[in-house]
Ligand binder design. Structure first.
Ligand SMILES: [Zn+2]
Ligand SMILES: [Zn+2]
Length: 330
């Protein structure tokens, strides 16, 4: 295959245009009557929004290479590693746990609603642990490193995070009886919305989406989730239905007077791929090496980021509670 062909395949693949091109080439639109057909023409929407976002910043002269370069490098790295290490975690978990399912459901609207509520619960668990267990934070922090928000940030993930997320989410859903076709349906909607909530200020400045902000998780809520401001830390873990954030009291709307500062609270060199990708692992190994006794070494792995064997914890919970106590007397 020529370099040109490889590049053109990569671009078509990234933009998700394969199915749309085929539709135009064959003139056979019958696939649009199926859910798969509709999904395949929806796929290019987020990549195209990303292209529009970049073009807009170029025209308004607000384009800053640094805001896109690191998520892009991570995307390329994951794409390359993903080609060699193929994870079938979803298929494996379905195979393992289907026989232990507590109930049996099928593809009908009320079981889809049930499935979505279960899926959001499973997503909440995976995401919450990604912030509260230091080892899992090492996997998740790459996604939180960018100091600007744009649609490319949805691609910035440590390559092992997807299988880790898939194991937790799929296992919980299958055990609670979510039908695999319903699960795939939900995964598509979730993937679409999960990308869209990373839309940057260049494209949508006020991302509360009007009245929707009271009903579902909007890009505004996810911007809060990506913020390192004390009030915003470790909040809004859901993806589309934020019921579980409300139930577990991790819900936090964007406050008028508190401007979002994106990123993570440790010193980080965002131009250095290794720091963005492996920096948290390095920090964890350093803390384990320095910790006295085997118990403290283990605790560093499983306690939240910011936990210290000296008792001087700087966890998100401590920082946020202190801020609320000092600044917001409810
Ligand atoms: Zn997160
Ligand atoms: Zn995100």
């Amino acid at each position: 295959m020529s370099i040109f062909e490889t590049l053109s395949n990569e671009v078509t693949g990234f933009l998700g245009l394969g199915a749309v091109i085929k539709l135009f080439q064959t003139g056979d639109y019958s696939s649009l009557k199926t859910i798969d057909g509709v999904f395949s023409v929806m796929r290019p929407i987020i990549p195209l929004l990303l292209v529009i976002e970049i073009l807009r910043t170029l025209f308004t002269r607000k384009f800053k290479k640094g805001q896109y370069l690191m998520p892009f490098l991570i995307y390329v790295f994951n794409d390359v590693t993903g080609k060699f290490i193929s994870f079938g975690m979803v298929a494996l978990c379905i195979g393992w746990f289907s026989k232990y399912a507590l109930i049996h459901t099928y593809f009908i609207w009320y079981w889809i609603v049930y499935g979505y509520i279960v899926w959001e619960f499973a997503h909440f668990i995976y995401h919450f642990l990604g912030h509260k267990v230091r080892l899992f934070w090492c996997l998740h922090s790459t996604h939180h490193a960018p100091e600007h928000m744009n649609l490319f940030v949805s691609h910035a993930h440590f390559f092992l995070e997807a299988p880790y997320a898939d194991i937790i989410r799929t296992s919980i859903c299958i055990l609670l009886g979510v039908d695999p076709p319903v699960l795939f349906f939900i995964m598509f909607i979730d993937g679409f919305w999960g990308s869209f909530i990373h839309v940057g200020e260049h494209l949508i400045k006020n991302a509360r989406l009007g009245f929707l902000n009271n009903l579902i998780l909007t890009p505004s809520h996810h911007r809060v989730h990506h913020a390192k401001n004390p009030l915003y830390m470790d909040t809004n873990f859901c993806n589309l239905l934020n019921i579980w954030d409300r139930i577990f009291k991790t819900y936090q709307p964007e406050e008028e007077g508190i401007e979002i500062e994106y990123g993570i609270s440790r010193e980080i060199n965002n131009d250095n791929f290794f720091d963005v990708y492996f920096g948290e692992f390095y920090g964890l190994f350093r803390d384990i090496a320095k910790a006295p006794g085997i118990k403290n070494k283990f605790l560093y792995i499983f306690m939240p980021p910011g936990w210290s064997h000296t008792g001087e914890h700087k966890t998100a919970k401590v920082v946020r509670s202190k801020f609320i106590e000092e600044n917001l007397k409810y």
